[in-house]
Design a protein around this ligand. Structure first.
Ligand code: NAD
Length: 269
């Protein structure tokens, strides 16, 4: 435990597993009180684990694609904490399918969760992020999970990369708008390469089934994808969580509207 984020309140969406669960743990280890939010009530176990490690965490049910769900959570945050310092819009879904096989419903579901979810999070948490904040005091930090796929195109992931590019761009516009308004709220995006999570497991399975890389073998598919990242190792949730802690803290106080790429060199090719 450190006191880098002491007395800070953080909300992480999609924190029941994967990158979100790791972000919640690392933010708590840095001293923040963490709200673990997810549509999956398995997030309760993540909050319990963090508490057992000596951190402060509470679970709250949240469907990021539902405005009513966000309104309820935002009210709860004001009642319990009277404000919010760190918002990590991490919840997301992926779809690996060629454009011609993607249905409008699938496209719209990606938009609802990945794009609307991030917009609604920033919109409805804004009053809590602004509460008790002064122009010259510590900043609030919003961290939006985009992807390497939000920077470069990915064949077979047109809808997903569209949604992550939208997150990347709304981050920059919100950052500039909040700066102009004098809100003292920084907004940055994080761009992971392929990271070992349940989402990545599902993606590997789809690629292996379709022999996207010339093989139906799951382990071979994983190895090929690993080696497409120049550092040639699998990215881990904690690789992302450490970057999120940096963006959450005053160590990054001069960063807003920027992109933190954590991808083993994938987009540098
Ligand atoms: P994951 O599927 O392992 O976990 C995602 C979490 O989000 C789950 O707990 C799920 O229940 C939750 N979630 C899904 N829909 C939700 C909703 N409507 N409301 C609330 N919670 C919801 O995914 P992950 O790999 O940990 O990815 C986390 C974020 O990072 C996502 O935004 C993803 O797009 C992004 N990302 C992941 C990778 C990767 O390789 N894993 C790469 C780049 C970007």
């Amino acid at each position: 435990m450190t006191d880098l984020l002491k007395n800070k309140v953080a909300l992480v969406t999609g924190a029941a597993k994967g990158i979100g669960a790791s972000c919640a743990l690392y933010l708590a280890k840095a001293g923040a009180s963490v709200i673990v939010a997810d549509i999956d009530d398995g997030g309760e176990q993540v909050a319990k684990h963090i508490t057992s490690e000596g951190g402060n965490a509470l679970f709250q049910h949240l469907d990021v694609s539902s405005e009513a769900s966000w309104q309820k959570l935002a009210e709860w945050i004001m009642e319990h904490f009277n404000g919010l310092d760190i918002l990590v819009n991490n919840a997301g879904i992926a779809l690996i399918k060629p454009l011609e096989a993607t249905s409008l419903e699938e496209w719209q579901q990606l938009t609802r969760v990945n794009v609307d979810g991030t917009f609604l999070g920033m919109k409805h948490c804004l009053p809590a992020l602004r509460a008790q904040r002064t122009e010259s005091g510590p900043s609030a930090s919003v961290i939006n999970l985009s992807s390497a796929a939000g920077i470069v195109g990915v064949p077979g992931a047109v809808g997903y990369s569209m949604s992550k590019a939208a997150v990347r761009h709304m981050t920059k516009s919100a950052a500039m708008e909040f700066a102009e308004m004098g809100y003292n709220i920084r907004v940055n995006s994080v761009h992971p390469g392929l990271i070992e999570t349940p989402m990545a497991d599902d993606i590997y399975k789809v690629w292996a089934e379709s022999a996207a890389f010339g093989t139906n073998d799951l382990e071979e598919t994983r190895a090929i994808m690993r080696d497409m990242h120049p550092l040639k190792r699998h990215g881990l949730p904690e690789d992302i969580a450490k970057g999120v802690v940096f963006l959450a803290s005053e160590d990054s106080s001069y960063m807003t509207g920027s992109e933190l790429v954590i991808d083993g060199g994938y987009v540098a090719r």
